[in-house]
Design a protein around this ligand. Structure first.
Ligand code: GLO
Ligand code: MG
Length: 345
């Protein structure tokens, strides 16, 4: 039987303008329709959305207007042969989200965050999908004493339950990140995310999205985080990228900092037959600030190419020899085998 093919996805934020905290944008804004065209030409089928990527200015629209605009987006994607993957409520840019949404100390902000998340469910359903990604960007603290972590855990759970209650179809993939923009986030790892999901009103509808860089920032191995989620049947999307140690969130090209770590991530996805699950492989990568506008999608092409090369590397790995090394407890020989395999043409 032929192996299932991987489906690749990107978000519009992956074709960015190159701004960083120390300098302004260096490239012109790429229009949303041009992002879609780039996705098609680069061989990406899936489009990931923030709620207001799909429905611009949604704060000023009624719920029925939001649905109307999202339905038009659904048709636009279909005409181009594209598929929406998920919708993420963007709580971290609005003034109400300044101190976090669900865990804000301001009750009005908490209410807003829940309402906005419900609208994201409406957007997803109007796009014809059921997956909501929850990246708890500012749900945490920079001054530890500013929030109560016990209350915050309950508030995160309440938000999950509110989203689940909005529609019996809605599924949530929590995307944990340990820090940035906050100092300490309340849902920093996959273990935290899965534990919250298990305590929710419908654990079957709560899973995770794992971003390689976020696991590395937590001092963890992304492939082990993936393995933990896969064992529970909870890996519903991935944001593959790379990260050069404990720095700001770099969103580097997949494999750019640690090619062996990238190999291990592909290996765990292959061993769980992730492609057959129908879930997407997303790349949450950013073009470098130095990149000129005309080649500011190269990071996406490279990430996909590296992923596919690593799929070949995983499939041609000498598993029988590796097993002999394991049986003999000769892990130095296994180390050599892996390195020689990665170095071979
Ligand atoms: C930032 C996150 C971000 C999310 C995206 C979807 O660190 O990785 O890119 O993945 O906003 O929620
Ligand atoms: Mg991400």
């Amino acid at each position: 039987m032929a192996a299932a093919s991987y489906r690749f996805s990107i978000g519009p934020w992956n074709i960015g303008r190159g701004a960083d905290p120390f300098g302004p944008p260096v490239r012109p804004q790429v229009a949303f329709d041009d992002v879609l065209k780039a996705a098609v030409s680069l061989g990406f089928e899936g489009i990931q959305f923030h709620d207001d990527d799909a429905v611009p200015d949604l704060e000023n629209l009624s719920p029925s207007q939001i649905v109307h605009v999202a339905e038009a987006m659904r048709r636009k994607l279909a005409d181009m042969g594209l598929t929406p993957e998920f919708v993420a409520p963007r709580l971290w840019e609005h003034p109400h989200g300044i101190d976090g949404g669900y865990t804000s100390n301001d009750p009005a902000a908490r209410k807003w965050a829940i309402e906005r998340s419900k609208r994201a469910v409406d957007v997803a359903l109007a796009l014809g999908i059921d997956l909501i990604v929850m990246w708890p960007a500012r749900e945490g603290t920079s001054v530890r004493e500013s929030k109560n972590p016990i209350e915050a855990s309950q508030q995160m759970l309440d938000a999950i339950n509110a989203i689940l209650a909005e529609s019996p179809k809605a599924r949530i993939a929590i995307e944990p990140k340990p820090n940035e923009p906050v100092d300490h986030a309340f849902v920093p790892t996959i273990g935290h995310a899965l534990s919250l999901g298990a305590r929710s009103q419908d654990p079957r509808r709560v899973g995770v999205l794992i971003e390689s860089a976020h696991a590395i920032l937590a001092g963890l191995d992304p492939s082990d985080e993936m393995g933990f989620a896969l064992a529970a049947g909870k890996l519903w999307s991935v944001h593959l990228n790379d990260q050069n140690g404990l720095k700001f969130d770099q969103d580097k090209v997949f494999g750019a900092a640690n090619l062996r770590g990238a190999f291990d991530q592909v290996r765990v996805l292959e061993s769980a037959n992730y492609a057959a699950s129908g879930a997407f492989v997303g790349f949450d990568v950013k073009a470098q600030r130095t990149q000129k506008a005309e080649s500011a999608t190269a990071h996406l092409a490279t990430s996909k190419a590296v992923f596919l090369r690593l799929v070949e590397k995983v499939r041609s790995f000498p598993n029988a020899t590796a097993q002999q090394c394991i049986t003999a407890r000769d892990y130095e020989a296994l180390e050599r085998l892996v390195l020689e395999h990665l170095l071979s043409a």
